[in-house]
Write a protein that binds this ligand. Sequence first.
Ligand code: NAG
Ligand code: NAG
Ligand code: NAG
Length: 371
Amino acid sequence: MRLSLRPAAKLTALAALVFIMNVFIWSNYLKHDFNDVSTIVESNKHGRQQQQPVAQHVNQSEDEVTPLHKYKRSAKSFIGYMDTLKNEGEKLKKVVQVAHLEPTQLDDIYISVKTTKNFHQSRLRLIIDTWVTLARQQTYFFTDADDLEIQKLLPSGHLINTNCSSDHSRKSLCCKMAFEYDNYMASNKRWFCHVDDDTYVNIPQLVALLQKYNHSEEWYLGKPSLRHPLEIIDRNNPVQKLAFWFATGGAGICISKALALKMLPHAGGGKLMTVGEKIRLPDDCTVGYIINYILHKELTVINEFHSHLEALWQIRVPEIKNQITFSYAKYGDKNNIVRLEGFDENKDPTRFWSIHCHLFPYTKHCANMPR
Ligand SMILES: *[C@@H]1O[C@H](CO)[C@@H](O)[C@H](O)[C@H]1NC(C)=O
Ligand SMILES: *[C@@H]1O[C@H](CO)[C@@H](O)[C@H](O)[C@H]1NC(C)=O
Ligand SMILES: *[C@@H]1O[C@H](CO)[C@@H](O)[C@H](O)[C@H]1NC(C)=O
């Protein structure tokens, strides 16, 4: 046994020496060849040294360091280089993936709901109990009064009192939209989607829609209520008319991050309100003016968005599951609502519960729906 072990040990020692020499040569070679990499590596080296204070155990001045120590150190630095290169590569890969390749998820969407204190009980409760249950962490409510009762139903910080006036004036609408925009910008999410408090949002379909568009490109998604661009008088030049398209706020508006960034000089820090005042138009028209007239970006029409300005009863039942937003309205004694079997119309006049249970039959409260 002894006889056979000795040559083996010698061989191992030799192999180790050759390996260390190799590593030394390689590490020197790398140092020369990857000079530009060393700047990236530099920042990581400090962190690494703090975590592994190996050098402190070797309490020797530079002169006393034996060649073997030098080799060890070189080997260590070589492995360090390789680690760092690997780490940087992985990190870079992640950034690229996150930026372009990962499909949009619900959490990449910032959903803002515009409301007012008079509708907290009648409208907010209804949507909080239905579609918001599918996007609690992604939905923010912009209102004009504090409300502890509603606050309790939401994650903290999701009911935002803008202190804007509670009337339905152009100014207070733009005031809230300005807050929505600024809060979206602070969220760093891929998409900014705005709806009104009388809008039902089919969350899985909204996510599926946004997966079709690249948030790094400029997208203005929505549905106009007019068949033609809105024409206004240019107040700087009254003989001149301006025309632009805008998406109706109540149907839903989604803006990609790239476009939201472009809007910053015109909409950021409350400027959206100033623009609204200048053109004397409400919030959704103001957004259209900034995007379509100032920035020359087209509105992409999303047919699956539905505000109460269109005939909601015309949506066919088999197509409900493919639609993204719905609304409701009462004109005199005529109801403009989605027509589908479900809960009694006296109990569910908006049809939101019936829509919700039609889409998600196995959720809470839906067991009682007649089918
Ligand atoms: C290292 O050397 C210095 C001075 O030569 C001495 O003060 C210190 O205690 C030594 N540290 C260790 C860990 O031996
Ligand atoms: C999205 O757009 C950006 C910017 O134009 C582009 O670099 C990226 O490759 C696009 N991503 C996909 C998945 O097409
Ligand atoms: C609204 O006013 C209250 C009381 O003055 C203040 O605490 C709150 O921060 C204001 N909200 C916003 C969004 O500025």
